[in-house]
Design a protein around this ligand. Structure first.
Ligand code: 3SL
Length: 245
C-alpha cells in the first residue's frame, strides 16, 4: 500500500536535482504532449522510445543506427524539427507508422524531464490516457514516489499538475492525508476543484493556447481523454518500453 505521506510533486523539470530522485519511483508527466505521444506510440506497437535531451544527442544516435528500424521524432517549441520523421502530435504515432520501430524522441521539456529521472529506481510515464494503469503500478511500489511534472521551460504547466492531482486523488480514494507534502496538497486541490471539467480547463492553459495557434485543438482534445489504454511506459536501460512487454 502506498504511503501517501511519502509522495512528492515537482512542478517543473528545473525544480529538482537528480539526487532527489535516487531510490524513488518517478512518474514523468507532460500531458501536452510528450507523455501522450509516448503512450500512444507504445499503444500502437512501437518497440521502444529512446528519450534524448537535445538535438545533438538525437543526431548522434540516429547516425549510428539502421534507419529502417528507427524513426527520429520530436519538436522544438511545438514545431516538428527539420529533417525529423515525425513531430510530437499523438496522431502521427499510428500503427502503420510506428509498429515495431524504435523512436528517438527529442522534445522541449518532456524528454529532458525523463532524462533527469534516469537515476531513479523505477521510472514510468503518465498521461490522462493511461492514468489508471499508472495508479495500479504505483500501488505495487514500496519506494517513495515522485510525480515529476515537465512544465514549460522551467515554469509550471497547469495540465501537468492537474494530472499529478488525479493520480494522488486515485491513490488516496479522494481523501488527502493530514501530513501530505505541500506539493501534494496543491496538486490534489487543483484536481479536486476541476475534476468535472478536465478538458475545458486544460483548453484554457498557457500551453493549450500556444498549441492552438500552431496546430488547432485536435491534439489537446485527444490528450484530455482518460483511460483509453492500460499501457504502462517504463524505463529500462535508457529506453522506454511496455512494462512486462
Ligand atoms: O515540451 C514538450 O516536451 C512537448 O510536449 C511540447 S509540445 O506540446 O510538443 O509543444
Amino acid at each position: 500500500m502506498v504511503n501517501l505521506e511519502k509522495i512528492d510533486v515537482f512542478f517543473s523539470l528545473n525544480s529538482f536535482t537528480e539526487i532527489e530522485l535516487r531510490e524513488k519511483t518517478s512518474v514523468v508527466i507532460d500531458v501536452l504532449r510528450a507523455s501522450s505521444s509516448i503512450v500512444t506510440a507504445l499503444m500502437n506497437g512501437a518497440d521502444a522510445i529512446i528519450p534524448v535531451a537535445d538535438m545533438g544527442e538525437a543526431s548522434k544516435i540516429a547516425m549510428n543506427v539502421d534507419s529502417e528500424n528507427y524513426l527520429l521524432c520530436g519538436e522544438k517549441d511545438g514545431v516538428m524539427i527539420d529533417g525529423y520523421d515525425l513531430g510530437n502530435s499523438p496522431f502521427e504515432y499510428t500503427k502503420e507508422v510506428v509498429a515495431n520501430k524504435k523512436l528517438i524522441f527529442n522534445t522541449t521539456n518532456g524528454t529532458k524531464a525523463i532524462k533527469k529521472t534516469f537515476g531513479s529506481s523505477n521510472v514510468c510515464v503518465a498521461a490522462f490516457l493511461n492514468v489508471s494503469a499508472v495508479v495500479e503500478f504505483l500501488k505495487t511500489q514500496d519506494t517513495d514516489i515522485v510525480l515529476v511534472c515537465a512544465g514549460w521551460k522551467g515554469r509550471l504547466a497547469f495540465e501537468d499538475i492537474l494530472l499529478a492531482g488525479n493520480i494522488i486523488y486515485k491513490l488516496s480514494d479522494g481523501k488527502l492525508p493530514e501530513k501530505a507534502r505541500d506539493g501534494v496538497r496543491v496538486a490534489f486541490t487543483l484536481y479536486d476543484t476541476y475534476k468535472d471539467n478536465i478538458a475545458a480547463i486544460i483548453h484554457q492553459s498557457n500551453h493549450a493556447e500556444r498549441l492552438k495557434t500552431l496546430i488547432g485543438t485536435d491534439d489537446i482534445e485527444y490528450c484530455c481523454q482518460t483511460d483509453i489504454t492500460d499501457v504502462l511506459p517504463y524505463l529500462n536501460e535508457g529506453m522506454i518500453t511496455l512494462k512486462n512487454g
